[in-house]
Design a protein around this ligand. Structure first.
Ligand code: ATR
Length: 286
């Protein structure tokens, strides 16, 4: 990849950062569209975050992604927090404005929902209840997406019930909390089931739930993508249920940041998926 002295520079800030797949995605697009830009991983310890972000801005960065453990802390650093990032309480994308002010966004909601419609174009939120396993950051993005699309009821099932209660209190919508050992009961009549826990990731136990109670119209959406075929996805396929895997969420959440920084709306293609998948053989998520 050729870059000039005036290339646009963006990157991802995290700690640790070695596991990130984002450079592979953004640099693929930069190459594909022949753009004069580069996207780099930036390992930043929490104690340096407040100094690093203004410094990168002064260095001419067009923007950055933010990942664990900084997503919440950058809320206090940027100048403007967009409404979705405010609702989620976390930022994953920063765009540097021409006057050097910083706008913080959260593109996980967009990534979650665009991926869902990409795989299931006729998905109808109003068709019935949704079940969400998990109550962490990714679960919150999924919850906002499902509520905004109009699911009539969102059943949140999380190992730590207090976290599920907090999620419910922070969002408007018809959210019902069920305990972890009620997880199979939660599936009755559900039209979509989302795994937003760490369960099923390489090195983690599977999400132990029997999908037998679901109707054949139900959709299983697993946001885990290492491996792509999680035990939950395999069980769903065995039961002839439609499946949405998590890789598309990673790719679609990256689109709007790329467009803001580099001026081209990128496409999520099978070739890009294959390019990222080739790197997923080594076990590391995100
Ligand atoms: P992320 O930002 O990716 O959402 P997170 O905020 O750490 O990550 O959330 C991880 C989710 O996986 C949580 O819902 C967590 O449940 P708890 O709130 O009870 O911790 C869930 N999780 C992790 N390990 C789990 C396990 N062994 N069994 C059940 N749920 C688990």
């Amino acid at each position: 990849m050729e870059i000039s002295g005036s290339c646009a520079v963006a990157g991802i800030i995290g700690w640790p950062i070695e596991h990130t797949r984002s450079p592979r995605v953004h640099n693929y697009w930069l190459n594909q569209y022949g753009l004069d830009g580069v996207y780099v991983p930036l390992s930043v310890e929490p104690r340096y975050l407040e100094k690093v972000i203004p410094s990168l801005t002064q260095c001419g960065f067009v923007g950055m992604n933010v990942t664990i453990p900084h997503k919440e802390n950058v809320l206090d650093i940027v100048d403007i927090v967009d409404p979705i990032a405010q609702r989620i309480g976390a930022i994953n994308t920063i765009v540097v404005q021409p006057d050097k002010s910083l706008v913080g966004r959260n593109t996980d909601v967009e990534g979650f929902i665009t991926n869902l419609y990409d795989k299931i174009p006729d998905w109808n939120a109003a068709s019935g209840p949704a079940v969400l396993f998990g109550a962490g950051g990714a679960a919150k993005a999924a919850a906002v997406a499902l509520i905004d699309e109009g699911v009539p009821e969102l059943r949140v099932v999380n190992r730590s019930e207090d976290k599920a209660q907090k999620l419910r209190e922070s969002l408007n919508g018809n959210i019902v909390i069920l305990s972890w050992n009620q997880r199979e009961k939660a599936l009755v009549d559900a039209k979509i089931v989302v795994n937003a826990t760490s369960l099923g990731m390489d090195g983690w136990p599977a999400l132990d739930v029997n999908l037998g109670r679901l109707s054949s119209a139900a959709i299983i959406y697993d946001i885990v993508y290492v491996p792509l075929e999680t035990p939950l996805v395999i069980q769903a396929r065995t039961n002839n249920l439609r499946v949405v895997d998590g890789l598309g969420m990673l790719l679609y959440q990256a689109c709007s940041g790329f467009e803001s920084w580099f001026g081209v709306k990128p496409e999520v293609t099978e070739t890009l998926r294959a390019h990222v998948l080739a790197d997923l053989k080594t076990p590391k998520q995100k």
